[in-house]
Ligand binder design. Structure first.
Ligand code: PMP
Length: 406
């Protein structure tokens, strides 16, 4: 018996009823994106049918309604993260854009010889934006390795600080290993050195309670599509003192106070970082996604997923030659694995033929793959709507696929 009513939840996700290759879909690619409940889709439709108008610039009713929906969502995100002010909530296109915004803008304050600390388990979107800065300044990237179970090597982390360290940027949860990093400890240690911290929360936000105030995070970023929300939008939480100091990321409408050819002044945060028309259709739908998650309870979701993680891990270990990458205590419900010398791609293809959707490849984490000594893995990841019965079907499909490929 699960702590949450998966049967009722599944009814909210019409896609879970579809067939793939004549079999019932078993969707285990939730790390890449979660599916979308009806209430979120209804919100998108309602915005198109009822309130579509550009925000912030109209006196007419539709524009005012659209603006209210957007700004209520900003306040909803603030409450969800327990941020101090909704001015600290910036809407972006997603985790990737949020990190690019911080790297690009904070990067303008960096000087030759400065250093940024990352970890080897970062997604490419938390590596490449920092590398792009190297075209302009002589920036050194210091990389924290992982231990054999996939936990972060905290001793090395602590040893990497020096007077040139300007930023720490780490994922909350690894999208490959499932490792949950000790972000409170990472932030406290960084602050002892006077260094701000960006937390990439893409894989954490729908699976654990995030309180940016008690964490004392300087930046916290995530994507809506990985938290049952619409695709194409995301959030950057930034502490007001940094946002005031940071130069704008893009120029355009919405982000200015006044413009002349002689001198342009910028609007205060968050608008300073929201150039152009925002995604006023999808933003209110994110509000619905947050309500949906909170209605079930993030901690209940976490407990349910944890149960699936343990059950699936136990059953997967029945298979000879099974290698699971990432076994750190308290890990999230993400299982990356290989079986014997079977290619990850072949396994993924066969599983798909049996209706099971998993991800294969390097998962946008090539440096981590390199550290693990593999080219890629198969990855199964769980969400609130997955069930133990689905795990059983997955294990049967996995056993059949392995037997065919060995
Ligand atoms: N960081 C992590 C840890 C991720 O898992 C992902 C998506 N796989 C991203 C960043 C990038 O997210 P997006 O593509 O939505 O910007």
């Amino acid at each position: 018996m699960s702590i949450i009513d998966t049967e009722a939840i599944r009814k909210d996700f019409p896609i879970l009823e579809r067939k793939v290759n004549n079999r019932q879909l078993i969707y285990l690619d939730n790390t890449a994106t979660t599916q979308t409940p009806r209430c979120v889709v209804d919100s998108i439709v309602s915005s198109y049918y009822n309130t579509k108008a550009n925000v912030h610039r109209g006196v007419h009713t539709l524009s005012q309604e659209a603006t209210l929906l957007q700004e209520h969502t900003r306040e909803r995100v603030r409450a969800f993260l327990n941020a101090r002010s909704s001015d600290e909530i910036i809407f972006t296109r997603g985790t990737t854009e949020s990190i690019n915004l911080v790297a690009s803008s904070m990067g303008q304050l960096f000087k030759d010889g400065d250093e940024v600390i990352l970890t080897v388990m970062e997604h490419h979107s938390n590596i490449v934006p920092w590398q792009l800065l190297q075209n302009r300044v002589d920036l050194k990237l210091r990389v924290v390795p992982v231990l054999s179970d996939g936990a972060l090597d905290m001793d090395t982390f602590r040893s990497l600080f020096n007077e040139r360290t300007r930023m720490v940027s780490v994922c909350h949860v690894s999208n490959v290993l499932g490792t949950v990093n000790p972000v409170a400890e990472i932030i406290a240690e960084s602050h002892r050195h006077g260094v701000p911290v960006l937390i990439d929360g893409a894989q954490a936000i729908a699976h654990t309670t995030v309180d940016v105030t008690s964490l004392d995070a300087d930046f916290y970023v995530f994507s809506s599509h990985k938290m049952y929300g619409p695709s194409g939008i995301g959030v950057l939480y930034g502490k007001r003192e940094w946002l005031d100091m940071m130069p704008p990321y893009q120029g355009g409408g919405e982000m200015i106070e006044s413009v002349s050819f002689e001198k342009t002044t910028f609007a205060p945060p968050p608008f300073k970082f929201e150039a152009g028309t925002p995604d006023f259709i999808d933003i209110p739908a994110l509000h619905k996604a947050i309500d949906y998650i909170c209605g079930i309870g993030v901690e209940n979701i976490a407990t349910h997923e944890d149960g699936l993680l343990h059950y699936a891990t136990e059953r997967m270990n029945e298979i000879p030659g099974m290698r699971i990458f990432g076994t750190a205590p308290g890990k999230s419900a993400i299982i990356s694995f290989l079986v014997g010398d079977i290619h990850h791609y072949d396994l993924g293809m066969l599983l798909d033929k049996l209706g099971v959707a998993v991800r294969t490849g390097h998962h946008c984490a090539q440096p981590l793959m390199h550290a693990l000594g593999v080219e890629g893995t198969v990855r199964a990841s769980f969400a609130m709507y997955n069930t133990a019965k689905e795990v059983d079907i997955f294990i049967d499909a996995l056993k059949r696929s392995v037997a065919m490929l060995q």
